[in-house]
Design a protein around this ligand. Structure first.
Ligand SMILES: [Zn+2]
Length: 250
């Protein structure tokens, strides 16, 4: 039963909606609720659904194994990643790019609710099997420039829905600034992030034998998430899962 404060809040929000009808933050079109996106934008987003690689979540055109057993892609077979499993909500492409970048750079943080719901839909099993959830870290210099870490906002929002998860925003820290990964080859990306991330000392005793879920906005080559997984495993963590809002599919 909503209390009087909740009733007043609901009434206030309805009044605001009448005076200032909610608009899609991406297209400016009218929507039903603040923080949602218009149908016109939504219909061009490619959600990742099965069948996909059981490790890296790259989508397949059809089920490779007719028995329905989990299947692994050629890349994961030839070069197994350091993380155990990744799940991702949507494909990062020309249709979703502006939405992802608006959240990352342009303060469209109202999208956190819808994005976290998509991430939960994609990674519910991994989240239920995790003990700790943490974002891919930003170096403090870059955090100061950007004012927020979009991955931390997503991780925090997701964590609210799972009582088994401890949200640990500072589990990992960047000890060096690195040039942006954009435009680099896969090997250059790996070299670029090598030895740039550490587990914060005060958490070293908390992670032994734990399953840890790392959250990022976009999965590209996997270099950063693999580096996070490498140092967490070295520090004694059991399984490392990764959840991203979007992933590049080549
Ligand atoms: Zn794979």
């Amino acid at each position: 039963m909503p209390n009087i404060v909740t009733k007043v809040k609901i009434l206030a929000l309805r009044t605001i909606d009448i005076i200032l009808p909610p608009k899609c933050v991406l297209t400016g079109q009218r929507v039903d609720k603040i923080g949602t996106i218009s149908h016109g934008y939504w219909q061009n987003i490619s959600f990742i659904d099965e069948p996909y690689c059981d490790i890296c979540s790259v989508p397949f055109d059809f089920h490779l194994d007719l028995t329905g057993d989990p299947t692994i892609c050629g890349n994961c077979l030839s070069t197994p990643p350091t993380f155990d499993k990744l799940r991702t909500a949507i494909i990062y492409d020309e249709n979703s790019k502006s939405m992802v970048l608006a959240f990352k750079y342009a303060d469209k943080l109202v999208l956190k609710n819808i994005f976290s719901n998509w991430i939960i839909r994609a990674g519910n099993d991994l989240l239920n099997d995790s003990d700790i959830i943490a974002p891919v870290p930003l170096h403090r210099k870059r955090l100061w420039q950007r004012r927020y870490n979009q991955s931390a906002i997503l991780a925090k929002e997701v964590a609210k829905n799972f009582t088994n998860l401890k949200y640990c925003p500072q589990l990992l820290k960047r000890i060096k600034t690195t040039p942006p990964q954009r435009g680099l080859s896969k090997q250059e990306r790996i070299n670029n992030v090598k030895n740039t991330i550490k587990v914060k000392e005060k958490y070293l005793n908390d992670i032994s034998g734990k399953n840890i879920c790392i959250v990022d906005d976009v999965y590209t080559s996997g270099a950063t998430i693999n580096e996070c997984a490498k140092i967490l495993k070295k520090a004694g963590a059991k399984n490392i899962y990764a959840l991203t809002l979007a992933r590049v599919v080549l």
